[in-house]
Design a protein around this ligand. Sequence first.
Ligand code: MG
Length: 439
Amino acid sequence: MMKLAALGTTAGALNAMTKQGEAMAATYEKGTRGQAPLKITDVKVFLTIPQDQNLVVVKIETSEPGLVGYGCASYRRRPHLVAEAITRYIKPFLIGKDPDQIEDLWQTTYNMSYWRNGSILNNALSGMDQALWDIKGKRANMPVYQLLGGKVRFAVDCYAHARGDDLETVEANAKDLMNQGFRHIRIQLGGYGSENLSAEPDFKKHGFGSESDISVDTRVYLEKLPELFAHIRSTCGKKVELLHDIHERINPVDAIHLIKQLEDYDPFFVEDPFPPETHPRYFEMLRDQTSCPIAMGELFNNPTEWVSLISEMKIDFIRCHVSHIGGLSVARKISVLSEMFNVRTAWHGHGVSPVGHAANAHLDLAIPNFGIQEVVQFNDATQEVFPGCPTIENGYMVVNEAPGYGVDFNEKLSAEYPVVEEPLNWPPIRKGDGTAIRP
Ligand code: MG
């Protein structure tokens, strides 16, 4: 009492404040502020391919009529397995739960299979997680980026892909993208590993493997890539930001040697120098020898893969596929961790539904350490199946201001684009003698 008096607060005033707080809480519980308690009433999964990649969309329905959320669970090569994981295991767990408790539902769903961090379950988890954020945004009558802290930039700067089997074609495609407004362009010559530039590999001459298997001739790749960078710099100028994806398919020591040569052309980043299983010592060797910015993480699905690379500052861009790591909640945590170590984000964008792209974009809008966003240009069918789908304007991705992600889903129309069974498998990639290598 003495202390309260010293603070200028009487016991009577304190009691009145407590009562006022209790009354406010009771009002909230009764839902008179438009926030009635909610229950999850159904979870549905849709498989569709309106463009060139199989997509998995999760819809969570609630006890409030019309209040639903959408999430991306797109695992292009295993869509049916993800759908099964959701309908058989996650749906029964979620029915009747409170969709407001995103973090608790994430933690309990993550743990309920005991064994975790797999591609199938993480994508399924992402479908749930992203749909819950969409519901929360709609419930708050705010775009999701507002729930994440509000905008720190007006739009999301993106990079697009310029490919070709000769220097001139890559140049023409890069110039076309520059004319569309892109300031960041990924350049690739002759396919990943330059397989289109190589002579017929010996393994095919000897009937080893299959005719459709991909080959990599490291010699050709190492020779041609610096030529490509030199050509694009001399024809497209110094202003455009250039990116490249090694796609992990050469020996680590060759990747280090190559990246040192690319330094002269000032890349924005070079991606995936090593497979995720590579010993971390190679990242130290790379760091010791070059200041070229490194991006990594498209294949990561386990925190042990990204935490040390970020906290030991061995990479400059973290590039996870957001549905593959378990959704927006995980990406948000990774972005916060990365901010502490000056690592920027560059979420993977290939094989992501418009719902997933919108989730990426809402996060990109709200975090200070956003780096760049990989984007695909949505065709007409995709925009019709996903009304409100993000748009690309002058090289920026733009989301609309509707609550949640602002992306709807036309279930009936999506059924007109059933997912394709082939090619679901990544084709084998082989050295000249037939040895299989990892993408
Ligand atoms: Mg990649």
